[in-house]
Design a binder for this molecule. Structure first.
Ligand SMILES: [Zn+2]
Length: 283
């Protein structure tokens, strides 16, 4: 059943909405999301719906920003609010996996190299990240979307392909883009998203592997495409976080080596012809 248009919203438990707001704030404070990324939860009264903020910086989300969506990925009562472009990550995973209750999508920075470096698989290296032990698949969007997408999951078909790639894993990587984490509750998925990032910072060997960068044709369409020309919706989201002092800088890092990697990324994007300041967080 399509849940769009005139279908009225079914009020969700206010405590669940409060938890979703808290999840946004925690993920921001822990450096998993910055001005970008999102977290959703399945509706407590209808498994055919889920809750997700409107398109905005996660660190600023309030209860009034939470929208309801059907499993077609469309908002049930948008009230003029703009949804996240990549909401199909959530809708298609909820559709494919009834047991999943909550989902995080982020560009969590330390995880990115594991999606692009051949042979550098993300593995659990301590007990806090044992959920990685069932394997971490890497989604190659070119297999589903052709050779020159902008790397974003912008329609249901790409979301379905990602959900298929994820399978039963707790975490999946999107090559040259970010990761998706699923869980049986909001608290579980936030825990997993945070410790996926921590595990990636701690795992040795990732910098020794030669990365295979994203294709030039895709880089040209991505958020660091041409100087002064933002992809639609990107600039306002970056501006949202400006007062919080996080964007366009990377989240705080406490592990040696990250600053050097950030400079290398900035240099690479500078060569592609865009501002090096904004690119690292949008990789
Ligand atoms: Zn994304």
């Amino acid at each position: 059943m399509a849940l769009t248009g005139a279908v009225p919203p079914m009020p969700a438990d206010p405590a669940l909405i409060d938890d979703l707001v808290a999840a946004n704030r925690i993920l921001y404070n822990e450096g998993v999301v910055d001005g970008f990324g999102h977290v959703s939860v399945r509706h407590d009264r209808s498994p055919e719906r889920f809750l997700l903020a409107r398109s905005m910086a996660p660190g600023l989300v309030t209860a009034a920003d939470i929208m309801q969506f059907g499993l077609d990925g469309e908002p049930i009562e948008p009230q003029g609010r703009t949804p996240y472009l990549e909401r199909f990550i959530h809708s298609e995973i909820y559709k494919a996996q009834p047991a999943v209750q909550a989902i995080v999508h982020s560009h969590s920075p330390a995880v990115i190299p594991f999606g692009v470096a051949a042979g550098a698989a993300l593995r659990p290296i301590y007990h806090m990240s044992s959920f990685l032990g069932t394997g971490v698949p890497v989604f190659e969007i070119r297999d589903a979307g052709g050779p020159a997408t902008d790397m974003l999951i912008r329609n249901p078909a790409l979301g379905a392909a990602l959900a298929k790639s994820l399978g039963d894993a707790a975490v999946g990587l999107l090559r040259g883009h970010g990761n998706v984490v699923v869980g049986g509750s909001l608290r579980e998925v936030v825990f997993r998203a945070v410790y996926t990032e921590v595990n990636a910072r701690l795992q040795p060997g990732r910098r020794e592997r030669p990365p295979k960068p994203i294709a030039a044709s895709m880089a040209a369409r991505g958020t660091c495409g041409k100087r002064g020309r933002w992809a639609p919706g990107v600039e306002p989201r970056a501006a949202d976080s400006w007062p919080q002092g996080r964007l366009p800088l990377l989240p705080p890092m406490r592990v040696r080596g990250t600053a050097q990697r950030s400079r290398r990324l900035a240099g690479r994007c500078k060569r592609l012809g865009d501002s090096p300041r904004v690119v690292p967080t949008l990789a």
